[in-house]
Design a protein around this ligand. Structure first.
Ligand code: DGJ
Length: 739
């Protein structure tokens, strides 16, 4: 392995691979000064910094020196109060009661084995090197270690920080960001993803304003309101042009991604735990670890950014045992029957599932004691005796005897006031003294910062999984947190609860997935309310949204694909009219919106299945046959405008290329459109499976594939047509000619 980290005698540090260089130095004063992040440099240690020491009329100078102010110095881990007025990475009350921390360079270490962070999911190592920079505030005996991991084969830089109180007095942390990135002035735009229930992953693009722009969450989950993703892009960046700096976190709770354009136009990006409502007491001898922040630099637009994320998430974040493993097709009971499930109905649906050729029956909400609607029973994870008299293990065995896999739904983090668990342990919920807790979907949130709650939940879920017939678990979470307080923590630690909750959740997930490594876990939080790399470290796939109307889903998959490979996504054919927005669409278009998701299935009632049996059989046949293709491949967004979407998916072996084209609203007399494919072998031909015709790889990329015409009248033979009317979809499948 080549040496990716180099250090000069005068403390210039470089992390360089074939995709980027990241360079910084310890200034003579001991300030970690950022130098370069961008394309790989031939001689990174020679990157220039001289212009950063200039006298400014109004700037305060650091430690009273000359010409050196932190207010215009790009830094690696800035704090507040010593001449920098921007939002800091580190902030909090020190042992003297004021908030001035000042970190100085102390030393470094380079390690080959990527360190893991205590209690938190981290990206896996491999061909990587990690640079650990130690900084100290000698006055308050605070040590901060900055971690930088670079990989030989990936464009992702992983950062984290670890604080240690080495004094004998308590220190407090309010800002403990994972990373800070100070970029030089440039015309940047921000791309981020916002949304809400059933409308997740909307991509918004805005100019970087003067001042501060933040995407964050204070809801306890990373949330659908803002996915933990933010990219700074060169103005005018497109799918295949422009410099991109993109960031995410391996974290599932309250996060913040903050962009600040300072008085000198430089741009600071901070990534980490949301400082709002966060406060951590660091007792002498104790350490605090931030979650990992991931950074991608791409110089060829959003497509190359997404490819880098996809490869990394697949290889270094997702549970290893599911990497490149085809996912079973499934029938989920939710939109087929909602809470009206019982053993007979499930077994009937299992027969229907078998009939249409799906691989797995998933029993969603409604199976446990007293659960007839969403007003009761969360917390009591035993099968409802009246409706499931033989219990879940026996039901699972019966479903499996039909030649299907069996999956089940849990919402472990919640409790209804109407439940045995709440009666027994009213204190086990997040709450604050003297205030009536707010309800969300009639439920309360369990206090996962308490180890006894984690033990209880582990026991309940383990009881069911231990029968050995459960192949899949859908892990749901259907409310945001309120009255976030814990009866188990003292008054002065109440602002630690949100983070301790997430650590408890990770502990539970770690224990369960370690005991059941072959069970496929699907992450869900009312759809995409906690779709992040923290959860996806434990669960191989996620339910991106409850929006199963194909036109709504197109937006969701489009946004989701900026960061997440479709290997980690699931989609099913839901009912029409759609239950979320009432739209009527064909079975085929409903399937097609999720055609490139790794996990595909249906959630339809018996009568809908009967009505569309043949179509479903043929779609599920295709889904099953292509399941191995839909993991590990390359996804590309080719066209996205108000009325059209076109995606390309190239399989891992590059032999099969799919092109999915969606046309939303029909109109007469449309232009003939083409899609230019990408990443093909220009020297080979590709056969279009539907008619055996051949196209050159170069022609498909340069001149493009003529897209089907939405017919509104006369049909000409030389033209390929889409179904007439709204919401149509077309799938091309090409095979590379191997001769
Ligand atoms: C919300 C999920 O997103 C749905 O798919 C379904 O599982 C329901 N919860 C069940 O209550």
């Amino acid at each position: 392995m080549s040496k990716m980290i180099t250090v000069s005698e005068n403390n210039v540090f470089s992390l360089t691979n074939s995709k980027f260089s990241y360079v910084f130095m310890a200034s003579p004063e001991g300030v970690m000064q950022h130098i370069h992040y961008g394309g790989p440099l031939r001689e990174p240690l020679k990157a220039s910094v001289h212009h950063l020491r200039t006298q400014r009329e109004t700037a305060s100078t650091y430690q009273g020196g000359q010409y050196f102010s932190l207010s215009d110095t790009p830094q690696e881990y800035p704090s507040f109060g010593t001449s920098d007025y921007r939002f800091p990475a580190l902030h909090g009350r020190n042992s003297d009661g004021n908030t001035v921390y000042s970190l100085e360079y102390f030393g470094y270490e380079i390690v080959k084995k990527k360190p893991r962070l205590k209690k938190m999911p981290t990206a896996r190592g491999g061909k990587s090197e990690t640079l650990i920079i130690t900084l100290k505030d000698p006055l308050h005996k605070l040590t901060v270690e900055l971690y930088y991991t670079i990989y030989e084969d990936y464009g992702v830089l992983v950062r984290a920080a670890k604080m240690k109180n080495e004094g004998d007095k308590e220190l407090q942390l309010q800002h403990a960001f994972s990373s800070a990135l100070d970029l030089p002035p440039q015309d940047y735009e921000i791309i981020h993803m916002h949304g809400t229930w059933s409308r997740e992953f909307n991509v918004e693009r805005i100019d970087v304003p003067k001042g501060r722009f933040v995407v964050d969450s204070a809801r306890g989950t990373s949330s659908a309101a803002h996915n933990p993703f933010l990219a700074l892009v060169q103005k005018g960046t497109t799918e295949d042009y422009g410099r991109v700096y993109a960031t995410t976190l391996i974290y599932s709770g309250n996060f913040a991604l903050s962009v600040e354009k300072g008085e000198f136009e430089d741009v600071r990006l901070l990534a980490g735990i949301n400082p709002f409502n966060f406060h951590w007491r660091l007792k002498p001898g104790k350490t605090f670890c931030t979650p990992e922040a991931l950074h991608v630099y791409a110089d060829k637009g959003l497509r190359s950014m997404s490819h880098q994320w996809h490869d990394f998430v697949r290889d270094k974040i997702s549970p290893k045992q599911f990497r490149h493993v085809p996912r079973p097709t499934y029938l989920n009971t939710w939109e087929a029957a909602y809470f009206d499930v019982d053993e007979d109905k499930v077994l009937h649906l299992a027969d229907k599932a078998k009939d249409i050729g799906v691989d797995m029956l998933v029993l969603d909400d409604g199976w446990f004691e007293g659960r007839r609607d969403d007003t009761s029973s969360l917390g009591d994870w035993i099968a409802d005796g009246a409706r499931f008299p033989s219990g879940i293990p026996a039901l699972a065995a019966k479903v499996k005897a039909k030649g299907l896999k069996f999956g089940i739904w849990f919402e472990p983090e919640m409790v209804n006031p109407k439940s045995q668990l709440f009666e027994n342990h009213p204190d086990w919920i997040l709450h604050v003294p003297g205030r009536k807790p707010s309800l969300g979907r009639n439920q309360l949130t369990l206090d996962l910062s308490r180890p006894e709650v984690i033990d209880y939940l582990f026991g309940q879920i383990d009881d069911i999984l231990s029968c050995g017939d459960i192949d899949y678990v859908k892990w749901d979470m259907n409310r945001n947190m309120t009255e976030v307080g814990s009866a188990a923590l003292p008054k002065n630690r109440q602002r630690e609860v949100s983070h301790r909750y997430i650590l408890g959740l990770y502990d539970l997930l770690r224990r369960l997935t370690a005991k059941y490594p072959t069970v496929l876990f699907e992450n869900c939080a009312s759809g995409g309310n906690r779709f992040d790399l923290g959860m996806l470290s434990y669960m191989a796939q996620g339910w991106t949204s409850d929006m199963c109307d194909p036109i709504g889903r197109l937006e969701i998959i489009n946004g989701c694909s900026y960061l997440y490979p479709l290997d980690v996504t699931a989609a099913y054919i839901g009912p029409s009219p759609n239950h979320q927005n009432g739209r009527i669409s064909s079975i085929e278009t409903r399937f097609m919106a999720g055609v490139f998701c790794a996990a595909r299935g249906v959630s339809l009632n018996e009568s809908d299945i009967d009505t569309h049996k043949e179509e479903l059989q043929s779609l599920m046949k295709f889904a099953k046959a292509s399941a191995a293709n839909m993991v590990g491949g390359r996804f590309d967004r080719l066209i996205k405008n108000k009325n059209e979407v076109c995606w390309q998916y190239t399989t891992r072996d590059e032999r099969t290329v799919y092109l999915a084209y969606f046309h939303k609203l029909s109109a007469p007399n449309l232009p003939f459109r083409r899609a230019r494919l990408c990443g093909l072998d220009q020297d080979r031909d590709y056969m279009l499976v539907e008619d055996g015709s051949y196209y050159g790889g170069d022609a498909l990329m340069q001149s493009g594939m003529p897209l089907p015409y939405v017919s509104t009248g006369h049909v000409r033979e030389s033209v390929r047509y889409m179904p007439k009317g709204d919401f149509s979809a077309y799938l091309f499948e090409f095979r590379r000619h191997e001769g």
